[in-house]
Ligand binder design. Structure first.
Ligand code: NAP
Length: 298
């Protein structure tokens, strides 16, 4: 018999993940800080709860997907946090992207209550959450990973156990380095194409299937050329992740020159009030520098 699942954080990502758990037939209980966001899930068969501790007292598997490190600390360790209701033997799975170091601290506190924890950050955007095709990089012990796998299958396609506690978050930071430098390449290439008078859609179609193809190019590049900067992942959240990369790199003494450049380019956009746009709006920083606007009406 499957275990009772609790899901905390019904935002852009958590929403799709929770709907997929319900679609797969699991018994799902939810909590979200803005309570009205729970309504659609109750209509779809989930139970709503009053706070994370209440949710934890009713569930065997507790998933969290909230914004930043302090937010995970709040929902797990805060006054009404998971830790105050969690049952011995429960498994907490954190899907947020947060500090690897703090992840290990939270896991130690849960362990003292008899609960296990996996860090299981995700990649694949809002589309991946809705379609159930996320990549999930999991840190923690092998038994907990095996226990979690049937539930992760509901919204994940590539689910990889990458090591012990915190390793999932470290791999996610590797992922973020690849995403933003890729978006920088997409931006520079599209500005070059625009300057050369090329048809941008045809250009994308021509290169997307070859060696230069990438998820960012096909999905976010395609959005950029029609100037659709609605967020799958906001610049503000992207900066949160890059800050985590820069912190970890600093701790290790590793230079991350291109990531630092992108971090500062995004900062120029935040200064212009564009932090709630999608991370592909990185192209706007290069447009400002070059004076060339991609895909604009001529
Ligand atoms: P989002 O749409 O902004 O949703 C954030 C969720 O966290 C909301 O449910 C919010 O509650 C809740 N929350 C934030 N702070 C909280 C606090 N202090 N206490 C309680 N609840 C809190 O963000 P998202 O895009 O789903 O991202 C969630 C996580 O997934 C982040 O760590 C992000 O880096 C990661 N991620 C996102 C993407 C993406 O493409 N969007 C991709 C991969 C990974 P309210 O509804 O009350 O605001």
């Amino acid at each position: 018999m499957s275990e009772k699942i609790g899901f905390i954080g019904l935002g852009i990502m958590g929403r799709g993940m929770t709907h997929n758990l319900l679609k797969a037939g699991f018994d799902v209980t939810v909590w979200n800080r803005t309570a009205s966001k729970m309504d659609e899930f109750v209509e779809a068969g989930a139970q709503a709860t009053d706070n994370p501790a209440d949710l934890a007292s009713k569930c065997d598997i507790i998933m969290t997907c909230v914004s930043d490190t302090p937010d995970v600390q709040a929902v797990i360790l805060g006054d009404d946090g998971v830790i105050h209701g969690v049952k011995p033997g429960a498994l907490v799975i954190d899907h947020s992207t947060i500090s690897p170091r703090v992840t290990r601290e939270i896991a130690a506190k849960l362990k003292a209550k008899g609960a296990a924890m996996l860090d299981a950050p995700i990649s694949g955007g809002s589309e991946g959450a809705a379609r159930g095709t996320l990549s999930i990089m999991v840190g923690g012990d092998a038994d907990s990973f095996e226990r979690a796998k049937p539930y992760l299958d509901a919204f994940g396609k590539t689910i990889t156990h990458v090591g012990g506690q915190g390793a999932g978050q470290m791999v996610k930071l590797v992922n973020q380095i690849l995403v933003v430098i890729n978006m920088l390449a997409v931006s520079e290439a599209l500005i070059f194409a625009e300057a050369g008078g090329l048809d941008l859609e045809q250009t994308l179609n021509a290169v997307a299937g070859g060696a230069a193809g990438s998820w960012m190019l096909s999905n976010r590049g395609a959005q950029a050329i029609v100037r659709d900067f609605r967020p799958g992942f906001t610049i503000d959240l992207q900066q949160k992740d890059l800050r985590l990369v820069l912190e970890a790199a600093d701790q290790m003494g590793v230079p991350v020159a291109a990531t630092s450049l992108v971090f500062n380019l995004y900062r120029t956009l935040q200064q212009q009030g564009l932090g709630s746009e999608g991370n592909h709006a990185l192209i706007k920083a290069l447009e400002k520098l070059t004076g060339i606007e991609v895909g604009a009406e001529k």
